[in-house]
Design a protein around this ligand. Structure first.
Ligand code: 2RA
Length: 339
């Protein structure tokens, strides 16, 4: 049981779901502290049967805190996480800032739970587009060693926070009303559109979002040889990232073997019944914690060592809040078993 749990960024798109997950999963803590920037200080948030007042995120705020679950922009995490650790807390961080730091474990509890034993105060949760892909790749990797992945994402507007969904609605309404849509959160109007850019240019024409999928996949699966070619696309869907994935393995896998591996892996639900129009779609996955896999098929362009599939997950849940709360649960188990 944690004495004091702090949630940083509780009023954001992910932070709200973190609070809901704490209640739904009956997460053990005695006292809950909510921390945010001065903009939200004083706001009251209802959690289970108590009302919690948001306090200022500042040095000294973690002196009585054991565990932090944080969902903030990178620059906020870069500043507060070191002093939170210095003040005695362990930080489960959802920002991108610490993920590739060699001293920071990057964890998906179903995939690499043992990495938690190496933490030095900060534990990172991967980017949403990486998390769902790696949950799906892990059983194939363990059985047949993943060599190469070609992935195209179809990412929901909530990946850009509450502002992303507000802009999708405003943009769609403006277009339906014959007005010019505005684009402030995204590079172009998102209503009735697809935008093949998430993040900024990072490496040889690949964006920062795409390179996260390359680097984080290797770190989580512990294999620097895995080659990933990603294309990340923003789509006019509020919740649920979808991914078209082609995976090449060292040992060949039949469609039946791959399907069995997906079915028996933790955190994956297979929905694969093309004749009856059965496959995962964002609307059906909204509000669910699993990663959904379907359209599992042989790569008819390949040499027998590759499988194609479709993967959908709620980006705010397994892609963010659920994974962070699962890390916190894992941490508690590892502390309990060490004592
Ligand atoms: C996005 N992956 O969807 C980002 C959020 N972390 O924009």
């Amino acid at each position: 049981m944690y004495e004091t749990l702090a949630v940083v960024g509780a009023t954001g798109a992910v932070g709200r779901i973190v609070l809901q997950q704490l209640v739904d999963r009956d997460f053990p803590y005695k006292r809950l502290k909510l921390l945010a920037s001065s903009r939200s200080v004083g706001q009251e948030v209802r959690v289970k049967d108590e009302t919690v007042r948001i306090e200022l995120l500042q040095p000294g705020a973690f002196k009585d805190v054991d565990l932090v679950i944080a969902s903030t922009p990178d620059e906020v995490s870069a500043e507060f996480a070191p002093y939170a650790v210095e003040e005695g807390a362990v930080v489960v961080d959802e920002s991108g800032y610490w993920r590739m730091d060699p001293k920071v474990p990057l964890i998906i509890p179903e995939v690499n739970p043992d990495a938690i034993n190496d933490h030095q105060g900060i534990i990172a949760s991967p980017n949403c587009s990486t998390t769902q892909m790696v949950v799906a790749l892990a059983p194939l990797h363990h059985a047949a060693t993943v060599k190469r992945v070609v992935v195209s994402t179809y990412q929901a507007t909530s990946g850009a926070g509450l502002a992303g969904n507000v802009e999708l609605e405003a943009s769609t309404k403006a277009i339906l009303n014959g007005q010019a849509p505005k684009s402030e959160t995204f590079q172009h109007p998102i209503g009735f559109n697809l935008i093949p850019q998430i993040g900024s240019e990072k490496h040889e024409g690949y964006t920062s979002e795409e390179m996260k999928m390359v680097y984080e996949t290797r770190k989580i699966l512990g294999d620097d040889q895995i080659q990933v070619c990603p294309t990340a696309v923003r789509v006019p869907v509020t919740v649920g990232h979808s991914e078209s994935i082609l995976v090449e393995t060292e040992k060949p896998l039949s469609v039946q073997q791959a399907t069995e591996l997906f079915r028996s892996a933790p955190g994956i639900t297979v929905v694969d019944d093309l004749p009856n129009h059965g496959y995962p779609m964002p609307r059906d996955c909204d509000g669910k914690d699993d990663v959904f896999v379907g359209r599992i098929r042989r790569d008819i362009s390949g040499n027998g060592n590759s499988i194609a599939f479709w993967c959908v997950s709620d980006n705010l849940r397994k892609g963010a809040a659920t994974n962070a709360v699962q890390i916190a649960e894992l941490l508690q188990k590892s502390v309990a078993s060490a004592n």
